[in-house]
Ligand binder design. Structure first.
Ligand code: HEC
Ligand code: HEC
Length: 300
């Protein structure tokens, strides 16, 4: 009996030791990636000052989803508050107290928005810069000029924190977009401007902001960072419902949240409150692009 207890003690000690080593490994492996700094030179960007450009910048902040995460007043808000996973706030982008961008030069805005890199050179967390790296210089200028003009909001947030479960999922590759600077192609050169036309090319340009939820091939599926039981996004290629829709039905869906089949889309899941601000030309371009995609049904 004594011997058995002794052996049991040894087994428990070994198990505890293994768990400790695993925890240490996860902590070190995640911290190395979180703390990695990036040194990226960005080309200068000229900010417009006319009222029409600022108004367009405001609209872009809506349709690109900035207000969805950073709040209608852009003063920031909680994004994930699950201590076991992570605690992350979308930053305060105004000039008020607690601002993350108060001392920003234009290059710092570009580095954060297009490359996902903060002022300290480390990757931002969650901020989906991989959707924004292709935004044209012209539109990025309008967006930043608008952001610099918004009313100050006083709202202070702590640094992002990561729980053991969040770190483990991250190290196991379950959250590939957690650190956007790891995902963005830093060598890609964004266009100076993209003509707003009802064309497949313009649709592809706009659809970048749908890929974060609808997947890179727009075939739909689980949304990164959401719990496994969350509503998956829909297939937007011709193997999905859209094959039976007309342009009018598509426009109606993205402006009202009601599909041609009469299904009501929850704006907290599918943000049609943002796509409803898109122009007729933008929606037609998206429609042309989505209709031109290869169907992905066989994969589902
Ligand atoms: C899916 C949610 C989401 C969307 C959409 C989003 N952001 Fe963010 N953004 C975040 C989060 C979360 C952070 C905080 C990252 C951190 O603390 O590391 C952030 C950080 C930033 C920062 C860096 C602030 C700093 O700490 O230096 C800037 C600038 C920024 N966002 C601008 C934008 C703009 C402009 C848009 C729209 C084009 C946008 N964001 C869209 C979630 C989002
Ligand atoms: C924040 C995540 C998110 C973003 C961003 C997003 N979607 Fe969605 N979308 C969803 C989800 C989730 C559904 C499924 C809703 C449901 O089943 O009720 C959906 C459904 C749809 C539908 C209905 C499809 C059907 O079969 O009924 C269309 C159309 C659509 N999205 C278009 C777009 C377009 C175009 C964009 C980019 C401009 C976009 N979505 C951006 C999450 C998103």
């Amino acid at each position: 009996m004594r011997r058995l207890l002794k052996w049991l003690g040894v087994v428990v000690a070994v198990l505890v030791g293994l768990v400790a080593v695993a925890v240490l490994f996860v902590a070190i492996a995640s911290e190395r990636r979180i703390d990695k700094t990036y040194d990226i030179a960005v080309a200068p960007l000229i900010l417009p000052t006319d009222a029409a450009s600022l108004a367009e910048g405001q609209r872009l902040a809506t349709i690109r989803g900035c207000t969805e995460c950073h709040g209608a007043d852009l003063g920031g808000q909680a994004f994930i508050d699950e201590p076991m996973l992570a605690t992350v706030h979308a930053a305060n982008l105004t000039g008020g107290e607690g601002s993350a961008t108060a001392g920003y030069a234009v290059e710092d805005w570009v580095r954060a928005i297009r490359h996902g890199i903060g002022a300290d050179g480390r990757s931002l967390v969650i901020m989906p810069s991989y959707e924004f790296s292709g935004i044209s210089d012209e539109q990025l200028g309008q967006l930043v000029a608008y952001l610099e003009s918004v009313a100050p909001v006083n709202r202070d947030f702590p640094e992002p924190k990561f729980g053991l479960m969040g770190r483990t999922l991250f190290v196991a590759g379950q959250f590939p977009t957690l650190l956007p600077a790891e995902v963005v192609d830093h060598m890609a050169v964004a266009p100076a401007s993209v003509p707003a036309r009802a064309s497949v090319e313009y649709g592809a340009y706009l659809a970048a902001s749908c890929t974060g939820c609808h997947q890179a091939n727009l075939g739909g599926g689980p949304i990164p960072g959401q719990p496994p039981d969350a509503l998956p996004s829909a297939d937007l290629t011709p193997s999905g419902h859209l094959s039976g829709w007309t342009l009018d039905g598509f426009v109606h869906t993205l402006r009202t949240g009601v599909t041609p089949e009469g299904k009501e889309l929850d704006p907290a899941m599918m943000p049609w409150t943002l796509t409803r601000e898109m122009t007729d030309v933008e929606l037609e371009a998206l429609w042309l692009y989505l209709s031109s995609l290869p169907p992905i049904a066989s994969a589902q």
